[in-house]
Design a binder for this molecule. Structure first.
Ligand SMILES: [Zn+2]
Length: 43
């Protein structure tokens, strides 16, 4: 679950910054799907 302001911890549901790598509440590692770089076809 995500919001414009951020996202929710996948473990405890705490509201985190959208670019948070870890939960500030429980310390669980967060997926970084929001920061995935655009794919290019450049060799
Ligand atoms: Zn958490």
């Amino acid at each position: 679950m995500k919001t414009e302001k951020g996202k929710f911890c996948t473990n405890c549901g705490a509201l985190l910054s959208k670019d948070a790598k870890f939960c500030t509440n429980c310390g669980a590692k967060q997926p970084e799907d929001d920061v995935e770089p655009a794919k290019t076809t450049s060799a």
